[in-house]
Design a protein around this ligand. Structure first.
Ligand code: MOS
Length: 751
């Protein structure tokens, strides 16, 4: 079966390409959002509520205002007008916490901003923020972890528009389940998890009369621009958002949070640039998290292992203010063949900051539940879990009744099992030993949506033989600078180090969001079209410039390849470099613009487009000292053509590391008394670190998906986190005999 290897050709596509921005990063010269300094800049520190449910009764700023260096203590009475933003078409106007900061005196979650101290230094602002005194009338917050679906209407509004709570249905799942010879009915729980990118969120705002410039580590600068324009009643053209580098986001930086308008309002008020950077504690309170979920999965099967019924009923927590939808059913309805199915959800409101997208939103907790259920069913049937999945491989997407554009899940399983040595498995719990340790083996499947967002890009060919590619997208650490350079190099034939990449600025052509694992796939057609248009201009210069070697030719007679223009009939061996043609014509550059439509959200798609994958995991268990380690992980990913196998492997490895954290460590805990996230720091909120992670074995299949773009490249940012927790908990069961159905697998659950 084809797997991705280093390509032998000179094409930059499919080559292990080190980050073109690597030297800037390791030398500390890459400018992240809070690395931009401006004369007279002020520092803002928000005051967070210390209750999670109640009202502000008194706000005493007198002492804080008199402190050294303090320029203002802003609050509801003096912040000035901040309008509410509204959603528009597509990815326009998305805001997960819609309420403008300080809009009323009601506190709905712990840490909600209630005032803002602005001073000449960060330290003075922090001291002033700590001195602001608040008194509240408070009620007991509801941060309870037992989730019971509330009485919601059939269709609920969510941050992304209306959603039917009955997401998918076919056949008669109740009857089929009742009469199924083999049944499984289990509930799986995933805790609230908090994104912990190393770079803290923050904004530097410069209000200049009627224009606003915001330096912000955004995963979606154009949406940020639109939301801020609405909040300040400005034309979009008067707002500029700049995001040159992002120290990871994991979804927390996709949409604007309330600190952005606060920084802008402070700058408007004080006539100076204002920087507001969150503390790590605030990162747990005010910029989203992965919602807690409680998911009941019912499977009915024949004794031979054919699924006859699948029901996935899930509940997640939402905030009081907003209705972010944690779509745990993302992959349920198509992943396996089953004639009778129902997927539906309910919600439970809590006094917490609004949850939001976190790497593989919905699908990651969803697949933990459904893949765990498949593993348990396999054990119940005394069947190999790989075989159970093979038996239930669908021929098409049964939820939509359309073909998959490219699905190679079975090949993933085959290669994964082979690389892992799965055939040596003894299914008996606790039966496999190595060096005095008990081994546990587990596996799970993975899926994640693939599609394109709208994207535009421009390309310039310049008279010094260099190329500039530009798109107002972002590089959130995933390698978008490098991908853009590779795409431009591919089409223009110049070396990678002759390509300048510009991104992260709303003055550039509107690029895709860095989300949903869709930036790369969306950029391919836009960049290629831009290059084609630039080349068309070049050929017309070649044929119209007096003295050009092609002066007497028609553009149609000419071709462009490897950076040279040549006569088609003569073949590509001769020709003239484009820089020569430009210099002869006294033209500094030719530019082309290109754009491509979205496929995401198409009303009547012809194909069901997803990436697929699987993980095989080995854990070691020492019952004597209750020591559990993840010892080995083999991951196989079917994500179409991989443009940069080096960056691609890095994405999957990072996701698997995060998956080890999800399975064994990560959970945000709320204090029932005051509603605060208790473990709101990196000492008490544990993420997987090097010591938790074994060598990771990642393989990519190579089946280009031409429905996505002409290279056949789908996304890889999120799929690696899908399924891994289910594979780990299956391995834990195999080693220990304990089924953990509530993540994370802390040791108290094993002894
Ligand atoms: Mo991802 S959660 O779409 O940044």
């Amino acid at each position: 079966m084809p797997t991705t290897q280093e390509t032998a050709t000179t094409s930059p596509i499919g080559r292990k390409t080190p980050r073109v921005d690597g030297p800037l990063k390791v030398s500390g010269t890459a400018q992240y959002a809070s690395d931009f300094h401006f004369p007279g800049m002020l520092y803002a520190v928000p005051v967070g509520a210390t209750i999670a449910n109640g009202k502000i009764q008194k706000l005493d700023t007198a002492a804080a205002e008199k402190m050294p260096g303090v320029r203002a203590i802003l609050h509801r009475a003096n912040i000035g007008k901040i309008f509410r933003s509204t959603p528009g078409k597509g990815f326009e106007g998305i805001c997960i916490e819609r309420r403008p900061p300080f809009e009323d005196d009601v506190v709905r979650y712990y840490g909600q901003y209630v005032a803002l101290a602005v001073a000449d230094t960060f330290e003075n602002a922090k001291a002033a923020a700590d001195t602001v005194r608040l008194t509240y009338s408070k009620e007991k917050p509801n941060v309870g972890s037992e989730l019971k679906a509330e009485d919601d209407p059939e269709t609920v509004s969510t941050s992304y528009g209306p959603e039917k709570r009955l997401q998918s249905e076919r056949g008669n799942p109740d009857v089929a389940f009742a009469s199924a010879p083999v049944k499984l009915d289990q509930t799986y729980v995933t805790p609230a998890e908090t994104h912990n990118p190393i770079e803290l969120q923050g904004a530097t705002a410069i209000w200049d009369g009627s224009t606003l410039t915001l330096y912000e580590e955004s995963q979606a600068i154009f949406n940020m621009r639109g939301v801020l324009a609405q909040m300040f009643g400005l034309p979009k053209e008067n707002v500029r958002v700049i995001t040159k580098f992002v120290g990871s986001g994991f979804g927390s930086k996709l949409w604007p949070w309330t600190h952005c308008p606060l920084a802008a309002a402070a700058s408007r008020q004080l006539g100076k640039p204002v920087r507001l950077v969150l503390s790590r504690k605030m990162m747990f309170e005010t910029v989203g998290h992965r919602a807690r979920t409680q998911q009941r999965v019912r499977l009915g099967a024949t004794p031979e292992g054919k699924l006859v019924s699948l029901q996935h009923d899930y509940v997640y927590h939402r905030s009081v203010l907003d209705d972010y939808h944690e779509n745990c059913g993302e992959a349920t309805a198509f992943h396996y063949s089953v004639p009778n199915l129902r997927v539906q959800f309910g919600r439970a409101t809590r006094n917490i900051g609004t949850p939001s997208d976190m790497r593989g939103p919905g699908a990651v907790p969803g697949l933990y539940a459904t893949e765990s259920a498949m593993n348990e069913l396999a054990d119940q049937l005394k069947m190999d879990p790989v075989q159970l999945r093979r038996l239930n491989e669908p021929k098409n997407d049964e939820s939509l009744g359309i073909p998959f554009s490219s699905r190679h899940f079975l090949e993933c399983l085959e290669l994964g099992a082979e690389k892992f040595g799965w055939s040596k498995r003894n299914a008996q719990v606790g039966s496999m030993k190595q060096n005095g340790l008990t081994l546990g083996w587990g596996m799970a499947g993975a899926a994640w949506v693939a599609a394109r967002f709208p994207a535009a890009a421009s390309i310039e060919l310049r008279d010094d033989g260099t190329v500039r590619v530009a798109s107002g997208t972002q590089d959130i650490g995933t390698g978008t600078y490098t991908i853009l350079a590779q795409l431009a190099a591919q089409k223009t034939g110049v070396a990678l180090d002759k390509v300048e990449v510009a991104l992260g600025d709303t003055t550039l052509p509107e690029g895709p969001i860095s989300g949903g694992s869709m930036a790369t796939g969306s950029l391919v057609p836009a960049v290629f079209a831009a290059a084609d248009n630039a080349i068309t201009s070049l050929l017309s210069i070649a044929t119209t410039t007096p003295g050009s070697p092609y002066e007497k030719r028609k553009s149609d007679d000419l071709a462009f390849e490897g950076g040279r223009v040549f006569v088609k009939a003569d073949g590509p061996s001769g020709g003239v470099p484009f820089a020569d043609l430009l210099r002869r014509a006294n033209v500094r550059l030719v530019s082309g613009h290109g754009s491509a439509e979205a496929t995401f959200g198409e009303k009547k798609p012809k194909f069901s487009t997803h990436s697929f994958g699987c993980h095989f995991v080995e854990v070691t268990w020492q019952p004597e000292i209750a020591r559990l380690r993840v010892n080995r992980v083999v991951t196989v990913i079917d994500a179409g053509r991989i443009i940069n196998p080096l960056a691609g492997r890095n994405q999957i490895e990072g996701a698997v590391v995060m998956g080890i954290g999800m399975a064994l460590l990560e959970h945000t805990t709320y204090d029932p008394q005051n509603g605060a996230p208790i473990n709101s720091n990196l000492a008490d909120y544990m993420v997987a670190v090097n010591a938790d992670v074994p060598p990771l074995d990642v393989h990519f299949l190579d089946f280009p998906d031409k429905e996505i773009n002409e290279l056949g490249a789908r996304g890889i940012g999120e799929i690696g986190l899908a399924g891994i927790a289910a594979a780990i908990t299956a391995a834990v069961h195999h080693a220990t005999g304990v089924r953990v159905r509530e993540l994370p697998v802390t040791l108290d659950k094993l002894i």
